[in-house]
Write a protein that binds this ligand. Structure first.
Ligand code: HEC
Length: 115
């Protein structure tokens, strides 16, 4: 009886430690930068339109400065979070994953580190 209860306690203790760490903590312990983390998201989901010659070439998102400016002017985060204050992005495509949105949130909260 005692052994069974002890075993159960061990199993539940083990389960607990596998719960995901909240985003705010991972951002502090594992900050995100433009070149390694944000740029690949832009390249995969955004620059097909947001580049010279693309469907929305007036808002290019191909360099650090362009992405930082688009974020600072207050449109980029609401657009990827599909909030009513901006057009939902990627236009006509699936919303970015929560993990990718969390990366961009983290980058902004740390003051747009480039590297
Ligand atoms: C299929 C083409 C396409 C893709 C892919 C795309 N966009 Fe856009 N984007 C547009 C167009 C067209 C507009 C202008 C739409 C409008 O104002 O209704 C726009 C507008 C925007 C705006 C301005 C929104 C506003 O309300 O002023 C931002 C910011 C933006 N896009 C960011 C992004 C980001 C970030 C991604 C990738 C996650 C992305 N876009 C992917 C075509 C695209």
């Amino acid at each position: 009886m005692f052994v069974a209860a002890f075993g159960l306690a061990l199993v539940s203790a083990c389960k607990k430690s596998k719960e995901p760490v909240p985003t705010t903590e991972t951002c502090d312990t594992n900050p995100k930068n433009y070149n390694t983390h944000v740029k690949p998201i832009m390249t995969d989901f955004c620059t097909v339109c947001h580049k010279p010659g693309g469907a929305y070439s007036s808002l290019p998102l191909t360099t650090y400065t362009e992405v930082k400016n688009a974020t600072e002017n207050g449109k980029l985060l609401p657009s990827i979070k599909h909030q009513s204050s901006a057009a939902a992005m990627p236009q006509g495509g699936n919303k970015l994953s929560d993990a990718n949105i969390a990366i961009i949130d983290c980058w902004v909260s740390k003051g747009y580190p480039e590297n």
